[in-house]
Design a protein around this ligand. Structure first.
Ligand SMILES: O=C(O)C(=O)C[C@]1(C(=O)O)C=C[C@@H](O)C=C1
Length: 178
C-alpha cells in the first residue's frame, strides 16, 4: 500500500491518475468477490448476508468518524462496493450454473476471504481520505474515467466485472465522501 497521497502512482498495473490507487482497490475488491462466489457456490449459502453487510457498514461509519470523513456518504460508498460484489457473485453463479465445467474446482475459506475484504476496507478508507480534494473538484469525473478505463484495460476486466466496476465507482465523485 502506498503512503496515501492522491497524486501518488498506484500499484503497478492497477490504474492511472489521482484516483488510481482508490480505483485499484475497488477493482481488487471485485476480484476478491470471485473468491467469495467460489466459497459459496454449491453450498446452499445465499449470496446475500445482511448481518455481515451491517457489520461492514457499521465499521466504516465508525472509521469515517475517526478519519474525519462523512459517515453517511462513506457508508453509501461501501454500500456500492457491496452491491457491486453481489453483481459479480450473481453473474458468476449464473455462469457456473449454466456451464458447470467452468465452476471452481476448489472452495476457498470464506473467513479468510473476509479478512482480506476487511484489509481492503482499511485501504479504501485511507484512499477516500487521501482523495477528498480531488473528489470534490470538477475534474474528478475525468480522473475517474482515466482510472476506471486504465484498470479495465490493464487488468483485462470482462463484461461482468466492468459492469460491477460501474456500480462500485458511481459515487466516487458525486457522493462528496468527505
Ligand atoms: O462476506 C460475504 O459473504 C459477501 O458476500 C461479501 C459482501 C461484501 O461485499 O462485503 C457482499 C454480499 C453479502 O451480503 C455480504 C458481504
Amino acid at each position: 500500500m502506498n503512503s496515501g497521497s492522491s497524486r501518488e502512482t498506484p500499484a503497478a498495473g492497477s490504474s492511472f491518475g489521482r484516483l488510481g490507487a482508490l480505483t485499484g482497490l475497488v477493482v481488487e475488491r471485485l476480484r476478491v468477490s470471485d473468491d467469495v462466489a467460489a466459497a459459496k457456490f454449491g453450498t446452499g449459502s445465499p449470496i446475500d448476508d445482511p448481518a455481515r453487510e451491517q457489520q461492514v457498514l457499521d465499521h466504516v461509519r465508525d472509521q469515517a468518524t475517526a478519519l474525519g470523513l462523512a459517515p453517511a456518504a462513506t457508508a453509501a460508498f461501501f454500500q456500492d462496493q457491496i452491491t457491486a460484489s453481489k453483481v459479480v457473485q450473481k453473474g458468476l453463479f449464473a455462469r457456473w450454473t449454466a456451464h458447470p465445467g467452468e465452476a471452481p474446482a476448489t472452495r476457498p475459506d470464506l473467513g479468510q476471504i473476509r479478512t482480506r475484504l476487511d484489509q481492503l476496507t482499511t485501504g479504501m478508507l485511507q484512499q477516500l481520505k487521501a482523495t477528498v480534494d480531488v473528489r470534490a473538484e470538477p475534474g474528478c469525473t475525468v480522473q475517474l474515467i482515466l482510472a476506471t478505463t486504465s484498470a479495465t484495460v490493464l487488468q483485462r476486466l470482462d463484461a461482468l466485472h466492468r459492469r460491477a466496476l460501474g456500480t462500485a465507482a458511481r459515487s466516487v465523485c458525486a457522493s462528496s465522501v468527505r
